[in-house]
Design a protein around this ligand. Structure first.
Ligand code: ATP
Ligand code: LTN
Length: 332
């Protein structure tokens, strides 16, 4: 009985390369925190990944690796539905349908499209443009109440809400209009080398980002080299982007407030603070890396889990897809 009253949560992550501390604190850690309280569905968004060119063998590896990482984080396939987006055909199907209820003008305003089409000017494909429609399909198929994402995905979520409202306005109550769920701390982790930019795995400066699977030595080295300022006091400040970022990271991991952190490091230099942040990150990520190493070795066990996950997802997704198709006037 209690199971049925749980609110629903849906989110996805792209298997595009090594996941970073930004992905972890901005997105994945929230997923884990939501697992007990909500009925959660999480997917590896492989269909989204091909909006930029991918090397097939590498993409395949990254899909496995991202799925294994979800398990290593502590997401439990008994409690949550964990699957690979392309295994559930309803995502592509609903995406086409929704694209006919989405205006060219609203897609053109998406900042991620503008950024990514500037970055990949030689491959501004239609998929990159309609990416938010596929994301809307991912979401609306599962009727979630909440969608946890980093701050940079908020605009896409708003479009998903607009599309749902528009469709419901024409056909009645088909989709649930979901709320964004953006964590207060860790919502935006910045680059360790240029703390005015977000931490991003596509940054060529490898010292600017920490991968979830980095070794402890690499993590410590990157934090020791993190760019700060010349003031030498551990506190939040308007121009102290580097320190603000380190405080944000430390706070997201330890649960301490910025004031508590300032008090803890009163009279100490940035060197001590950087070491403490590095150590906190190492200890946070250590069990994840260790579990990951074990999980990724057993591809057969992994396959059983992602097949079962797809079956569970498919069941929910098909129901919503059928309802939407029927409303539009298709023969079922
Ligand atoms: P890229 O680095 O290639 O731009 P990305 O790291 O942003 O990509 P996504 O797959 O788009 O990768 O992001 C996955 C999730 O992680 C999203 O919900 C996003 O909001 C979140 N996220 C990504 N980077 C950060 C960051 N630096 N701080 C907080 N959250 C982040
Ligand atoms: N676009 C998102 C990944 C994503 C997603 C979704 C997030 C694809 N489908 C559905 C939430 C809900 C990204 O790049 N972070």
């Amino acid at each position: 009985m209690e199971m049925e009253t749980k609110k629903k949560v849906l989110s996805c992550i792209q298997p595009s390369g090594m996941l970073t501390l930004g992905n972890y604190l901005g997105a994945l850690k929230n997923w884990l925190n939501m697992q007990e309280e909500f009925d959660c569905t999480f997917a590896v968004a492989d269909l989204h990944a091909i909006t930029v060119r991918q090397e097939p063998a590498k993409l395949r590896q990254q899909i496995y690796s991202t799925y294994a990482l979800l398990l290593a984080l502590g997401l439990d396939p008994e409690k949550s539905t964990l699957f690979i987006q392309s295994h559930v055909a309803a995502h592509s199907q609903l995406s086409w349908l929704l694209s006919c209820y989405t205006q060219f003008g609203e897609m053109s305003r998406m900042t991620q499209f503008k950024d990514k089409s500037a970055k990949h000017a030689d491959n501004v494909n239609v998929g990159l443009f309609s990416y938010p429609v596929l994301m809307a399909a991912d979401i609306l198929l599962y009727k979630p109440d909440f969608v946890p994402v980093g701050a940079d995905q908020k605009q896409h979520l708003e479009i998903a809400r607009d599309i749902a409202e528009r469709f419901n306005g024409i056909y009645g109550d088909v989709f649930t209009v979901p709320e964004p769920y953006i964590a207060k701390t860790g919502a935006r982790v910045m680059s360790l080398q240029d703390p005015t930019k977000k931490m991003s795995k596509s940054d060529e400066n490898l010292n600017s980002w920490v991968a979830i699977l980095d070794s402890p030595d690499d993590i410590m080295r990157k934090f020791k080299r993190a760019v700060t300022d010349s003031e030498a006091r551990v506190c939040i400040g308007e121009e102290k982007h580097g320190i603000n970022n380190l405080i944000g990271i430390y706070s997201a991991i330890t649960g301490k407030t910025a004031e508590q952190i300032t008090a803890e490091f009163e009279g100490k230099g940035y060197g001590d603070f950087k070491l403490a942040v590095g150590e906190a990150v190492v200890e946070e990520l250590r069990p994840i890396r260790e579990r990951y190493d074990a999980i990724i070795k057993d591809k057969a066990a992994l396959e059983v889990l992602y097949r079962e996950g797809a079956q569970k997802a498919e069941y929910a997704a098909r129901k919503t897809l059928a309802k939407a198709m029927k409303k539009v006037g298709f023969v079922l």
